[in-house]
Design a protein around this ligand. Structure first.
Ligand code: B1M
Length: 213
């Protein structure tokens, strides 16, 4: 697993040429895509977050790391997606208004597609009105929201409240996730589920879709 550590280190260094190269090599060595994702790419990004928090590195370094993360994800994406599964239903996802972080949200989208969901990705900086309108007009079973900033978490409550105000609360389910979000926060704002990571998000969405359909 030495190579997986190297992937994490290259991501920390923001090397968007070496990360995909090592990712391909790791796959060729027979290492599972999910192990490369968790122990290489996500582990590297977590280290970047910690260094950024203590001002060891600065915003441009984080941007480079994000670019390297995407370069690695591009290699893994086809392996995390599986073709030919009949649709389990439609899910609208997005990063909430004010939030430009989209790596975790994109991973959740890839994993949901891989599990057979029809995913409508609204991107980042998505207002409550856009989430609800998209879910209603596209007949989605679930809205999945991601927030990485403590300041943007309240938008999740706006979405839940708007759904209830429009009488859609029982029909369209909600799941929230992102580093500052928790099960307690989901309960507090009345969201139907919380996903700790993209794998758990898929399990929760399966349960929500089954109860919504
Ligand atoms: Co920003 N940033 N950032 N940043 N950034 C954080 C979030 C921060 C914790 C860093 C720190 O201080 N340690 C901090 C937030 C502090 C806080 O709110 N308490 C922070 C800050 C302050 C900022 C700015 C304000 C910095 C500035 O401008 N001074 C600014 C805000 C911009 C904005 O959004 N308006 C900013 C900008 C950026 C970049 C643009 C440089 C870049 C984002 C690039 C991009 O996304 N395209 C960036 C990055 C990369 C980070 C860190 C380092 C890494 C985030 C990441 O991608 N992690 C982050 C530190 C950290 O989180 N430790 C940080 C990897 C990703 C796979 O994990 O997104 O958590 P994550 O997703 C996980 C789970 O959370 C879960 O599944 C994934 C794993 O499987 N999950 C879900 C996510 N969404 C889910 C949804 C679900 C279920 C599960 O259901 C729907």
């Amino acid at each position: 697993m030495e190579i997986v550590k190297q992937i994490a280190q290259s991501l920390e260094a923001g090397d968007d040429a070496l990360v995909p190269q090592l990712t391909r090599e790791a796959l060729a060595q027979g290492i599972a895509a999910t192990a490369i994702l968790d122990d290489g790419l996500i582990a590297g990004m977590n280290a970047v977050g910690e260094k950024f928090r203590v001002h060891d590195i600065f915003l441009p370094d984080v941007l480079l790391a994000a670019r390297a993360m995407y370069a690695g994800m591009d290699v893994l994406k086809p392996l995390l997606l599986s073709a030919g599964i009949p649709s389990r239903g439609r899910v609208v996802i997005g990063s909430v208004h004010g939030d430009l972080h989209d790596i975790g949200k994109n991973l959740v989208g890839i994993m949901l597609k891989g599990a057979g969901f029809d995913v409508i990705d609204l991107g980042n900086d998505v207002t409550a009105a856009r989430f609800v309108e998209a879910a209603r007009s596209r007949e989605a079973l679930v809205i999945g929201m991601s927030a990485l900033l403590t300041t943007t978490m309240p938008v999740m409550k706006e979405v839940v409240d708007l759904l209830h105000k429009e009488g859609l609360g029982g029909r369209i389910k909600t799941i929230i996730g992102g580093a500052p979000v928790s099960q307690d926060y989901a309960a507090e704002i009345g969201a139907d589920a919380y996903g700790y990571d993209c794998a758990q998000a898929v399990e929760r969405v399966k349960q929500l879709a089954a109860s919504a359909s």
